[in-house]
Write a protein that binds this ligand. Structure first.
Ligand code: KIV
Length: 284
């Protein structure tokens, strides 16, 4: 099955069809996301928090992203795979940004990259797009700036901040981004930005008027939420409680091994009776 293209994803907006994006970070999660029918798999740098156990996305490296994206690409077929450019892989210079975006595509097999920032990143986006690499923008709550923002909290709540976000979105569209993620901003503002743009918006904590939605794998599935360093945000709908099911299964396994009820002869391989008798005879 051929992968969805940027053009096909963009064609959803005028038809009023929603774009479905989900994060995944390894082969099995990519397979399941694919089988579940998502359009875009995002290998988010949330990887740092939900998979690698860091308390922010800051420590994530380009090598981490390449390693995990390769597995996601192997596990997917039809979904377009977008990979996050990690902190400091694109901020220091446009040359760095182009080279690192190129490495992500060449070495991991993803089809597009995502980076955080609006007006001040527009030239970087333009130059990456110019060399043939599709770019997803990301504005609103931008976790790579957590040390500046202070807390994971709603953005664009004053009229100046809301106007800046609208300008950011327009600048990204003009620079050639093929879609833009709006994270944790008021639903009304996300709706206005969505109306204003030709390219699709993909919301996370940005209400229902966006052209699509994205959720983080571990949050959607409630997969080990107790060890997540950031609390489950208000916008998250937990569609399953996979973490609890896994914990219960492991508890049962441990109890059965300790109690001697697993494995039983049913789970064991059988041995030829004469061979067994011979072995028993020579047993010291
Ligand atoms: O890193 C990530 O998972 C993301 C999504 C929250 C959009 O950027």
């Amino acid at each position: 099955m051929p992968r969805l293209t940027v053009e096909e994803l963009q064609a959803l907006k005028p038809k009023g069809e929603k774009l479905v994006m989900l994060t995944a970070y390894d082969y099995p999660s990519a397979r399941i996301a694919e089988e579940g029918g998502v359009d875009v798999i995002l290998v988010g740098d949330s990887l740092g928090m939900v998979v690698l156990g860091y308390d922010s996305t800051i420590p994530v490296t380009l090598e981490d992203m390449i390693h995990h994206t390769k597995a996601v690409v192997r596990g997917s077929e039809r979904a377009l795979v977008v990979t996050d450019m990690p902190f400091m892989s694109y901020q220091a210079s446009i040359e760095d940004a182009i080279r690192n975006a190129g490495r992500l595509l060449q070495e991991s097999g993803c089809q597009a990259v995502k980076l955080e920032g609006g007006v001040h990143m527009a030239e970087t986006v333009r130059r990456i797009v110019q060399v043939g690499i599709p770019v997803v923008g990301h504005i609103g709550l931008t976790p790579q700036s957590i040390n500046q923002i202070g807390r994971y909290r709603v953005q664009g709540t004053t009229s100046e901040a809301a106007e800046r976000l609208r300008e950011d979105a327009i600048a990204l569209q003009q620079a050639g981004a093929f879609c833009v993620v709006l994270e944790t901003i008021p639903a009304r503002l996300a709706g206005l930005i969505t109306q204003r743009l030709r390219i699709p918006t993909v919301g996370i904590g940005a209400g229902s008027d966006c052209d699509g939605q994205v959720l983080v794998w571990h949050e959607l599935l409630s997969y080990a939420p107790t060890f997540l360093p950031r609390h489950i945000p208000r916008h998250v709908k937990q569609y399953a409680n996979v973490g609890e099911q896994m914990r219960q299964a492991i508890e049962q396994y441990a109890a059965e091994v300790r109690g001697g009820s697993f494995p039983t002869t049913k789970e064991s391989f059988r041995m030829d009776k004469s061979l067994l008798a011979e072995l028993e005879k020579t047993q010291a």
